[in-house]
Design a protein around this ligand. Structure first.
Ligand code: 2PG
Ligand code: MG
Length: 429
């Protein structure tokens, strides 16, 4: 038995940013090192994601997680007892075998990812290192370029508009600190513009302004004005990124934009997106077509993938095998990386490495249901992901992550070195 041997694993029930129960794991090592981590939760989920274990029934709308927490105490804990926390691959293999299902429905992806991340935290504590450094990050650390929501939409805003995330990326910022400064100004200006127009109705699930727009496209004009009002140049300093989350309003090659009152096929939606790309400074589109529309994704990537980042979320679900297949077909050029979609850190890293190996980009991402847990920031820094997405610039479950990035940057007195331009081949002017 070594000092990094696991001595105890416990599950707890805590609460997420939607006021729903979620799973926290605590891992203790023989030397007294402790790691904690909390599972996030998605609202617009890909059908191929690891399943959260929820109790169902009436309490808390069926979202309770007592079974998942019990599973940590009664099934996971005895199996991890005595394993070495520094061998993340062996820990995760044990979790995967113990669960034994393809969709993680026995233990629950929520229980598995909480334990997997808590083990990593305990191992980093044992090594007396911040997690990003334990995971292999460079020193001084490279911070990921933030993708930050200004307006919410889709499943995160009562489907007030169809598009789910209207985000900005400070492509011209010199460092992470400046990227946050600029985004804070754009966020503030966007709120003022909405207020001036009597359209300020609070915020959506991830802290973005409520999308009180008459059409989906209206949001772009306000975003461009907000960037300008912040004294920045749209496209050069700050560009627009979308998460269309098209699986939420389309399947079988048909799409319905309820806000615009329009029905279209896959080509029709792709044409609309290309028109928006030509008209507005849009540099990244996530899930532009539904997860079942591989041919549409391939066509769109072929059409604009040389100048626009085409991101797979619901379609790829942080799965290395799916990323390999998509890369071979030329569908998408960037993978969204969400640890709880896969269920373990080892599989998450595998997905990220597969994306990098295919010459793709990777964006480490939070979920719409979040907590104060900041693990993903350490993953992005430690694994050298070039980008990160954690929702808006409001609400503490989001700011906890942006602030953790500042803290990591500060550890060497820096402002947060960003990846080199070559990490973003789609945005070379
Ligand atoms: C997404 C995420 C985050 P959710 O679709 O990318 O915005 O949403 O966690 O609801 O899947
Ligand atoms: Mg998405």
């Amino acid at each position: 038995m070594s000092a990094s041997t696991i001595a105890a694993v416990r599950g707890y029930r805590v609460w997420d940013s939607r006021g729903r129960p979620t799973v926290e794991a605590e891992v203790r090592l023989v030397d007294g090192s402790v790691g904690h981590a909390i599972a996030p939760a998605g609202a617009s989920r890909g059908s191929g994601e690891a399943k959260d274990l929820r109790d169902g029934g009436l309490p808390f709308g069926g979202y309770d997680v007592r079974d998942a927490v019990d599973g940590i105490d009664t099934t996971i804990a005895p199996s991890l007892d005595g394993l070495d926390a520094t061998d993340q691959a062996a820990i995760d293999r044990t979790l995967i075998d113990l669960d034994g299902t393809a969709d993680r429905s026995r233990l629950g992806g929520n229980a598995m990812i909480a334990v997997s991340m808590a083990v990593a935290h305990a191992a980093a504590a044992h090594a007396a290192m911040p997690l990003w450094q334990w995971l292999g990050g460079s020193t001084p650390p490279q911070l990921p370029l933030p993708e930050i929501q200004i307006f919410g939409g889709g499943a995160h805003a009562g489907r007030r508009v169809d598009i789910q995330d209207f985000m900005v990326v400070a492509v011209g910022a010199d460092d992470y600190t400046e990227a946050l400064d600029w985004t804070a100004e754009v966020y503030r200006c966007a709120g003022e513009l909405m207020a001036n127009d009597s359209r300020l109705y609070g915020i959506a699930d991830e802290g973005g302004w409520w999308p009180a727009f008459d059409t989906n496209e209206d949001a772009f004009a306000v975003l461009v004005r907000a960037i300008e009002w912040a004294g920045l140049i749209p496209g050069d300093d700050v560009a627009i990124a979308l998460d269309v989350a098209a699986s939420e309003f389309g399947q079988g090659g048909r799409y319905r934009l309820a806000r615009d009152g329009s029905d279209m096929d896959s080509d029709g939606l792709a044409e609309l997106l290309v028109r928006w790309v030509e008209q507005y400074p849009i540099i990244s589109i996530e899930d532009p077509l539904a997860e079942d529309d591989e041919s549409g994704l391939t066509k769109l990537t072929r059409a604009i993938g040389d100048r626009v980042q085409i991101v797979g979320d619901d379609y790829l679900v942080t799965n290395a095998g799916r990323i390999t297949e998509a890369a071979a077909k030329g569908a998408c050029n960037t993978a969204l990386i969400k640890p709880n979609q896969s269920g373990t850190l080892t599989e998450t890293l595998d997905a990220l490495r597969t994306a990098h190996g295919a010459g793709w980009g990777a964006i480490v991402s939070a979920r719409s249901g979040e907590t104060e847990d900041v693990t993903i920031v350490h993953l992005a820094v430690g694994w050298n992901a070039a980008q990160i997405k954690v929702g808006s610039f409001a609400r503490s479950e989001r700011l906890a992550k942006w602030n953790e990035g500042l803290r990591i940057a500060r550890c060497d007195g820096g402002r947060g070195r960003l990846p080199p331009r070559s990490a973003f081949p789609w945005w070379q002017k």
